[in-house]
Structures are given as structure tokens and as C-alpha cells.
Ligand binder design. Structure first.
Ligand code: FES
Length: 391
């Protein structure tokens, strides 16, 4: 069996130790334009795991539990040791911060050239569940004096549970402090069909296909794997499933539909029904159908994290692959700092900075069956905050 997980762990360790910057700043400490890179984040050290899980389990935008104020903290406490063990198995912490900082640094370097009228640019990281938390980042952005702030979601596809929760948090922060009138705010909420995103993922797949013996290459099944979602969120109208599907379609177009492929879903938790087919079940049943060669592709996350480094590499590629006796099972790297991906980020932000649309009308529209008051307040607030831009 040929697995890619060793490669990714070594690559991460090597890169992580080499040249990552300490802070997500670019050329200046006093930027004209702040690019706030929003994501859920991940614990960098195992002693952050409990607080991280506690914030997730008590976030009603992310997860709805009965008696959440009691049950959420209880689940967080109970799950802490097993999650800490997983982080220990991938080197002791999540690389999300390091990758996001690097992406921000490279992005802003390019933005200073592609959009000189809004330079200098500086990237900030705003995480939802771990440092640097959104509230602290917003304070820092204000302190540094930027006159233009772009809230840039690092989830290419929009889900109310992830991107939506981050935007709701920004609104919550500004219920406790005045909105600075000197700042022009705007939002990039999703970018599932950016051609350079598709090109990046296609390049990552091509690199893994090359490692499959030539006679097996054409029959290798490409499994695009994304974090699943409770079915009740899908029925409510969450855009995530079809936006993930739109990315998959573009990637396969880029590859000329060279291989069989399927979109599958991972990381289900709890007993309620979630969107499937699940990644591990799909591998098992494809093996029953006689398929023996696979490439797993993270399609909804732009950097390595616990679901790629542990779930995909260790649990699926190594453990499950061994159990099922597959011939080849490899995992495509996340976009990370691939130069085409940095070009994608640059193009998205450059177009946004030089366009007239401060906010996507889709973002201002709630899911048809949304009953979450946070969404209502947030979208109404952002609608007033982000005025059409003068170009
Ligand atoms: Fe989608 Fe509220 S749950 S907008």
C-alpha cells in the first residue's frame, strides 16, 4: 500500500519549523487597508484544546444542542483528552494559524503591487474559536489605523455554521464598541468558483496522480471530501453543499474529467442524520465494487488541519487503506502556500478592492428557513455597514 500521510506530516513539520512568520503582518504596521482573514482556527498547543472545544460547543450558530449552556461545556470537557491525543499524533497542534499567516503575508505582498491605490495592505487573522480571536483582532485593526477593512472569509464555500458564525461574531463584537466612522468596511463572503482555486486543487491532484503507477492511474477514483453538515441545516437552505459541488465541477473541468470522481463528506458527529455519503463508507463500498486506487482531496478547507492530517491521512489513508487492502490511497495537499493559490487570493481581493460591490447580496439574504435571530441582526447590520464603494 502506498500512502501519502507520511509525506504530509513530514512536509508540515519541515515547513512549520522553517520559515513561518510570527505575525500576519506585511510591509507595514500602519496599513491603509486591512485584510481580515477569517476562519475557525485550531489549537496550536494541546493545552488550548479545552477552551477551543468549549467555544465550539457553546456556539449556537455552529451547533444547536438542548440545554446548550450545560450540555455544551460538559461535552467539551469530556472530549478534550481524545482530541488532545489526536493533536499529539499530528505533531502537537494545528497548523491553521501558521498557514493563514503565511497566506496573508504572501497575499499582501502581491496586493501592494496589484492594487497600489489601496496600499499598503496588512493581513490580520481572526479566528472564531482560538487565538487570535475575532474581538482581539478587530481591536488591533482599529489601533493600527487602517481606513479600509475587508473581512475576507477563508472558507471558499459559505456555510451558516462556519462563515456565518464568524460574521455573526463580528456583529456581536460591534454591539459592545462603537463602529469607527473613519473606516470603510466591505466583505468577501465566498469564492467557490474562482478559476485559480480550481486550478490549484487540480494541480494538487495531478501531483498525487503522478505517484500512482501508470497502469492504475486512469482508474484511480478521486474522492473530494468536505466536512459534512447536519441534514437539518441542508433542508434549512444552507448554501454549502451546492457551493462545494460547484468547486468540484470546476476542478474536474480543469482536469478534463480524466478520472472517476465523487463528492463525499466527513467528520460527522452525534446521532442525528448528516449529509452523506461519508468518506470512509464510500471508500469501503468502492472497494466492494472492485476499486482499489484512490486520491482523497480536501475541497472545502484551504490549509492543513486536523481533518486532513489526522482524519484523512491517518484514519483513512493509513488505517482504513490497510484494513481494506487497497493498492494505492493518497491524499492531495491542501492549497496552503501553492503559488497559484496565492494568485487566487490576490485576484479575489484585488477585484474586490477595485470594484463597487462592498457586500454580496446573497450574503444579506438569510436561508429560507432560518430562524436564528443572530443571522437576522448580523445581516441587517452588515447591510448598513457596507455601503456601495466609490470607484
Ligand atoms: Fe442560514 Fe441563518 S441559518 S442565514
Amino acid at each position: 500500500m502506498n500512502t501519502a500521510f507520511r509525506f504530509s506530516l513530514q512536509t508540515f513539520k519541515g515547513n512549520a519549523l522553517k520559515g513561518f512568520i510570527k505575525h500576519a503582518s506585511t510591509s507595514t504596521e500602519n496599513p491603509k487597508t486591512a485584510i481580515v482573514m477569517m476562519n475557525m482556527g485550531g489549537p496550536q498547543k494541546t493545552d488550548q484544546v479545552h477552551d477551543y472545544l468549549h467555544r465550539i460547543m457553546t456556539d449556537r450558530d455552529m451547533i444547536q444542542l438542548p440545554v446548550q449552556g450545560t450540555l455544551g461545556p460538559w461535552i467539551a470537557k469530556r472530549r478534550t483528552p481524545e482530541v488532545q491525543k489526536k493533536y499529539n499524533e499530528i505533531g502537537g497542534g494545528s497548523p491553521i494559524l501558521k498557514w493563514t499567516e503565511k497566506q496573508g503575508e504572501l497575499l499582501c505582498k502581491q496586493l501592494d503591487k496589484t492594487s497600489p491605490s489601496t496600499a499598503p495592505h496588512k493581513a490580520y487573522v481572526a479566528f472564531r474559536y482560538v487565538d487570535p480571536l475575532t474581538e482581539d483582532t478587530i481591536k488591533q485593526v482599529e489601533k493600527d489605523g487602517a481606513s479600509r477593512v475587508v473581512f475576507f472569509s477563508q472558507y471558499p464555500q459559505y456555510s451558516c455554521a462556519t462563515s456565518g458564525s464568524s460574521f455573526n461574531e463580528i456583529y456581536r463584537v460591534y454591539t459592545t464598541r462603537p463602529v469607527p466612522s473613519r473606516i470603510t468596511f466591505s466583505v468577501i463572503d465566498r469564492w467557490p468558483t474562482h478559476p485559480l482555486l480550481a486550478k490549484t486543487v487540480a494541480e494538487r491532484i495531478r501531483a498525487e496522480l503522478k505517484e500512482i503507477p501508470e497502469e492504475k492511474r486512469k482508474e484511480t477514483v478521486i474522492l473530494f471530501s468536505a466536512h459534512s453538515l447536519p441534514l437539518k441545516a441542508v433542508v434549512r437552505g444552507d448554501a454549502y453543499p451546492y457551493e462545494v459541488g460547484s468547486t468540484v465541477q470546476l476542478v474536474m473541468e480543469e482536469l478534463g474529467f480524466s478520472n472517476p470522481y465523487c463528492l463525499v463528506w466527513q467528520s460527522k458527529v452525534g446521532p442525528l442524520p448528516w449529509l452523506g455519503p461519508f468518506t470512509d463508507d464510500a471508500i469501503k463500498d468502492y472497494v466492494k465494487q472492485g476499486r482499489k486506487n484512490f486520491i482523497l482531496v480536501p475541497i472545502a478547507f484551504v490549509n492543513e488541519h486536523i481533518e486532513t492530517l489526522h482524519e484523512m491521512d491517518i484514519e483513512y489513508c493509513h488505517d482504513l487503506g490497510k484494513e481494506l487492502g487497497v493498492e494505492n490511497i493518497r491524499r492531495a495537499a491542501a492549497p496552503n502556500d501553492h503559488p497559484i493559490f496565492i494568485d487566487a487570493l490576490t485576484d479575489i481581493v484585488t477585484q474586490h478592492l477595485n470594484g463597487a460591490t462592498a457586500i454580496n447580496p446573497k450574503f444579506l439574504t438569510r436561508c429560507p428557513h432560518c430562524t436564528n435571530d443572530n443571522c437576522k441582526k448580523t445581516k441587517s447590520w452588515f447591510g448598513k455597514l457596507c455601503k456601495p464603494l466609490a470607484i
